[in-house]
Design a binder for this molecule. Structure first.
Ligand code: F6R
Length: 622
């Protein structure tokens, strides 16, 4: 989703900003733009629909200036047009703004500005912000309400006055032509991080964009403003009082984010899963005691044993991992556990039991709906912990405690290795919780050993992935693909359908296999592809009965089954074997062929694999 990068320092800003935009590309976007303060006291702005490389191609060879802001846009208000690209300028072109987030009261604010004579050049909500800042910067009268009299000519006061009138979410970077070398920033619900260099300072919406330059960072908090210059950052509260801030150090070993020998990040990340899984397990299994220790939770057995129930919150792929995790917690700990879509949970005024435990599961740690759910649980006195990949992300910091899943950088928009590590982290928790209850040392040890061996199972499958191309041929021309599974495999079915939809743009429907006959069976006609996930986990026979029901209607069956299960394989048109695993671990192996199917189908259809249309890596709007 939208990305921000800004720079002030002794170096020429242009190339640094373009490099920064490239590092934000993986988040998904549809257009990009840049504004540089020229030494002559003007703002040089360039915008382009499409990729950052297209913007770079369009830029003049030199745009002199050592301070600037840049943006990748993912359209919310207004179409994908050059006019709607950020940065947006005020009428006199002295102030430039880039913005992540959504202004909810854009309508009434715009109406008042228009009534004052302001002419808008775009359809965006962001343009309201820049005109509002200009309004106060010029010391103009109240917009129908009281105004700080001292705003004229003072960027911080003008910014504060404007922000006080906005409703919604923002991560903002602002430059003024008459304040050379200074970038102003503000955050409310959309992340911003300041990077402190030697005599130069950066601002970004994503720490990843800062790591080539510095690891010393200041995370801005909601409701904060910042003034950034070559000597560092000064932070303020919205009421104008200056605030202290802490300097954090970004992790050294975040991992390799280059493509290496792979043609796409998605394929690279699929193949990284065995190693990512090893990282997630590292130091967390206590095999001899048949348990796990998740230090970041800081929950001892006496606290764990009192938990009445667990709720797992997430969106998209993270939600699918929550479904698997909830099942495992119930199985092993015998307490109620449920998964819920974060955007639903946060807005339905949920009943929160303060004794219970909530998990917010997120790769990016920035998903607005999941962050909103965290806040709602906290407002109601609940205890919520993060299961997060990106260290220091908003969700990780809002939760304070939790489990890092240690997937390393996930650059492809379609999530793969984060799914397997979320599932693994939740299995570790289920094991730890289970051992405070009925789970015996022997049962615990059996699962701990299975988890320890899981990376090699994944490696074995990826070395011999089976007839994926046959499956691709069965789905690429299809009107619709039905995915079926039971128990944890129902969650894997949902994940496989999501992957194929987002990467190949093929309509997919996922159902728990028992539900199939209650509706989706009506979709089946001769040749309809049905992907059935039926590992040998105790539920298989019932799933195979549903498979038969599909076959009876002429469906083409793509079966994911446990190797050696010849009886099951004989029922399929395309049978893809995965290694035998502990039943609770089956999602870790059954998801692999589905990820490969989505990748190969997307490739066959000429899709933009790593950046599927309309999608974003980090969904920072609600
Ligand atoms: C699917 C996908 C999305 C994300 C969802 C949540 O491949 O990537 O469905 O899973 O947007 O994102 P995080 O995990 O960052 O909260």
């Amino acid at each position: 989703m939208c990305g921000i990068i800004a720079y002030t320092g002794p170096r020429q800003a242009l190339n640094l900003l373009v490099d920064g935009l490239h590092r934000l590309e993986y988040r998904g976007y549809d257009s990009a733009g840049i504004a540089v303060q020229s030494p002559k006291g003007q703002l040089h702005v360039e915008k382009q629909v499409g990729r950052v490389t297209e913007l770079a191609r369009k830029l003049p060879a030199k745009v002199p200036g050592t301070c600037g802001i840049a943006h990748t846009r993912w359209a919310t208000h207004g179409g994908v047009t050059t006019e709607n690209c950020h940065p947006h300028l005020d009428a006199l072109e002295r102030i430039a703004v880039v913005h992540n987030g959504i202004i909810e009261n854009m309508g009434p604010l715009k109406a008042r500005l228009v009534a004052e004579g302001v002419r808008f050049r775009s359809e965006t909500d962001t343009e309201v912000i820049v005109h509002l800042i200009a309004h106060f910067y010029d010391g103009m009268g109240a917009l129908g309400d009281s105004v700080s009299p001292d705003a004229a000519g003072d960027p911080v006061v003008a910014l504060r006055s404007a922000l006080a009138r906005l409703r919604g979410t923002w991560g903002l970077a602002v430059i003024f032509a008459d304040h050379p070398g200074v970038v102003f920033a503000a955050r409310n619900g959309s992340p911003l991080v300041v990077g402190l260099g030697e005599g130069e300072t950066f601002l970004a919406s994503d720490p990843h964009a800062l790591t080539p330059h510095t690891r010393r960072v200041v995370f801005l908090h909601d409701g904060e403003l910042a003034r950034i210059d070559t000597s560092g950052v000064q932070t303020y509260r919205l009421d104008g009082a200056s605030k202290s801030h802490t300097v954090d150090t970004l992790e050294q070993e975040w991992g390799d984010s280059s493509l290496g020998e792979f043609p796409h990040y998605m394929l690279k990340e699929i193949h990284e899963q065995p190693e990512a899984l090893r990282q997630c397990l590292s130091g967390r299994l206590v095999v001899e005691e048949g348990t796990a220790r998740l230090g970041g939770l800081d929950l001892g057995p006496r606290e764990l044993v009192r938990l009445p129930h667990v709720t797992l919150l997430g969106c998209g792929t993270a939600f699918h991992a929550c479904l698997v995790g909830a099942g495992a917690i119930e199985q092993l700990a015998r307490i109620p556990a449920r998964a819920e879509i974060a955007s639903e949970h946060r807005l339905r005024n949920p009943v929160i039991d303060p004794e219970a435990l909530f998990f917010a599961v997120s790769q990016s740690g920035e998903t607005a709906d999941t962050l909103g759910a965290v806040k709602e649980v906290q407002v109601k006195g609940g205890q919520v912990m993060g299961v997060v990949n990106v260290v220091g992300s908003s969700i990780a910091r809002a939760c304070g405690r939790g489990v890092y899943i240690h997937s390393g950088p996930e650059m492809a928009v379609a999530s793969t290795k984060a799914f397997s590590n979320m599932v693994t982290a939740l299995l570790l928790f289920a094991l730890q919780l289970g051992r405070t209850r009925a789970l015996s040392p022997l049962q615990g040890r059996e699962l701990a050993v299975a988890l320890q061996d899981a990376p090699s199972l994944l490696r074995a499958y990826l070395a011999q992935p089976g007839p994926i191309e046959d499956a691709v041929r069965a789905v690429i021309g299809a009107k619709m693909v039905l995915f079926l599974g039971r128990g944890a495999s129902a969650a894997v079915a949902a994940e496989g359908a999501l992957k194929l939809m987002e990467v190949a743009y093929i309509p997919c429907v996922a159902y728990p296999s028992g539900e199939m006959k209650h509706g989706p069976i009506a979709l089946l006609e001769p040749g309809s592809p049905v992907v059935v996930i039926a590992p040998d986990d105790g539920l298989k026979d019932k799933t195979l009965s549903n498979l038969q029901e599909c076959r009876a209607r002429g469906a083409r069956i793509i079966l994911i089954y446990t190797e050696g299960d010849h009886e099951a394989a004989a029922l399929a048109d395309v049978a893809i074997a995965v290694p035998r695993s502990h039943p609770l671990l089956s999602p870790l192996v059954t998801v692999l062929p589905l990820q490969l199917l989505a990748y190969r189908a997307g490739l066959a259809l000429g899709r933009d694999i790593d950046r599927p249309r309309n999608l974003a890596k980090s969904v920072t709007v609600e």
